[in-house]
Write a protein that binds this ligand. Structure first.
Ligand SMILES: Cc1cc2nc3c(=O)[nH]c(=O)nc-3n(C[C@H](O)[C@H](O)[C@H](O)COP(=O)(O)OP(=O)(O)OC[C@H]3O[C@@H](n4cnc5c(N)ncnc54)[C@H](O)[C@@H]3O)c2cc1C
Length: 404
């Protein structure tokens, strides 16, 4: 077992846990990564939208969102669906979410997310320069297309970087991405951002693990970890695996949605909620599959070419829905994609995936210390976990370094 003053146990082998483990390992820490699934990156990080969307990080909670969400309720293929439950956690989360919808809160959260996203872009670029590869990374730029003229005008006035972001008319959009030529007459316009990236999140997790796997300062455990207060020290907690305590100086919890249950024995009640979403993956077809990353704003559907595949992702479902409801949502996504990009199908044979984003009400992840001095959290990355994980990992390293 790896132990000593530079030992860290990271719980969770999704994009956040693996990025954290990698960032610490690169800095010379002795890292134990604990993941309960048979493979890393199989839960929320498996088949997501593949967007490394550094400039489009607005929180879900924003002014106008509650009204817009109400107008969508019950509509087939709507970007948001709400299933109210007799569930205190859901109601508390929704209440905090509504409180975060004011202009001032939303602007503050957007600026925190932008800062973290830009730090992530820089961190990932450094790791790539050092040789991290094999996860279908590309920088094709992102095109956001708008059918609604008002929304297009509003977005055109809110650009954050006029050097890399370009406002385009319908023809300009088609020139950037000819695969969408069938939509030309219905487009109000679009915004193209040059340095946005795409990659495969599951392969990213595997690539990070591959870099560390044969190192003497890295240990991988396939097991379910639990936390409990330390018997000998009132401000420390300990990690248990198969009922046995792991000897480690620091613990970083990055177990996605499950983090809520893992911290319960420590008296920590994390404000995390599952926002379910859906993706389809299908073989790419030359000239029919978009090359740039595309967001269809009105339908809130994203399209990313990942190697020889097309990944399409969408929808935020709040509240557990039945298997039948989930099948309906997947079939609505197939219909939306077929209407938007007919030649890239057939969509009925696309591989479906249903995932749950581990979301905080504000969309800002929880990265920091707890009242348990040896425990740090890196959780709650919601709709942007892939984008934000390298920067979040860097923050954890800085927090651990400043403590020493
Ligand atoms: C439809 C959809 C599309 C998305 N598209 C994008 C996108 O385009 N770009 C983007 O940036 N983000 C996107 N996201 C969000 C992103 O996928 C998530 O934010 C991210 O995967 C969360 O990563 P995580 O590591 O926190 O959680 P997870 O990937 O769920 O990892 C947590 C890990 O912890 C493990 N674990 C849990 N409990 C324990 C335990 N007790 N012991 C040991 N291991 C444990 C789990 O098995 C799991 O592997 C999307 C999400 C969805 C659902």
């Amino acid at each position: 077992m790896i132990s000593g003053s530079r030992s860290v146990a990271v719980i969770g082998g999704g994009t956040v846990g693996l990025s954290t483990a990698y960032a610490l390992w690169r800095e010379g820490y002795d890292v134990t990564l604990i993941e309960e699934q048979a493979e890393v990156g199989r839960v929320a990080s498996f088949s997501n939208g593949g967007q490394l969307s550094y400039r489009y990080v607005s929180p879900l909670a924003g002014p106008g969102v509650p009204l817009e969400a109400l107008s969508w309720l019950g509509k087939a293929g709507s970007p948001i669906s709400l299933n109210l439950k007799m569930d205190l956690n859901q109601w508390r989360w929704l209440f905090s979410f509504l409180s975060a919808c004011t202009r001032s809160q939303s602007d503050r959260h957007a600026s925190e997310l932008l800062k973290l996203a830009l730090a992530s872009q820089k961190q990932l670029a450094q790791w790539r320069e050092e040789g991290l590869d094999g996860f279908l990374w590309r920088r094709p730029g992102k095109l956001i297309i708008y059918r609604n003229i008002e929304k297009f005008r509003k977005a055109s006035c809110a650009l954050t970087d006029s050097r890399t972001q370009h406002v385009l008319g319908a023809e300009g959009c088609i020139a950037v991405e000819p695969a969408f030529s069938g939509l030309k007459s219905s487009l109000a316009g679009g915004i193209f951002t040059e340095d946005e990236e795409v990659a495969d999140c599951h392969l990213y997790c595997q690539a990070l693990l591959g870099k560390m796997q044969n190192s003497k300062t890295f240990r991988y455990m396939q097991a379910t970890a639990a936390l409990r207060p330390s018997a000998n020290n009132t401000d420390q907690c300990e990690v248990l695996v198969n009922g046995r305590r792991i000897d480690t100086r620091h613990i970083v919890l990055a177990a996605g949605l499950a983090s809520r249950a893992v911290t319960k024995p420590l008296g920590i009640d994390l404000p995390l909620y599952a926002l379910r979403g859906y993706s389809l993956t299908l073989p790419a077809i030359e000239h029919a599959t978009p090359s740039v990353s595309v967001t269809d704003y009105d339908n809130r559907v994203v399209y990313a070419r990942l190697g020889d595949k097309l990944r399409i992702a969408a929808m935020v479902d709040i509240g557990l829905s039945s298997t039948r409801q989930q099948e309906t949502r997947l079939s609505q996504l197939r219909t939306l994609a077929a209407q938007t990009l007919p030649a890239a199908g057939p969509y009925d044979t696309a591989t479906p995936w249903i995932g749950a984003r581990p979301a905080t009400p504000s969309s800002v992840p929880i990265i920091g210390r707890t009242r348990w001095k040896n425990l740090l959290l890196n959780v709650g990355h919601g709709a942007l976990g892939f984008t934000l994980s390298p920067g979040s990992a860097r923050r954890v390293v800085e927090l651990i370094q400043t403590e020493q």
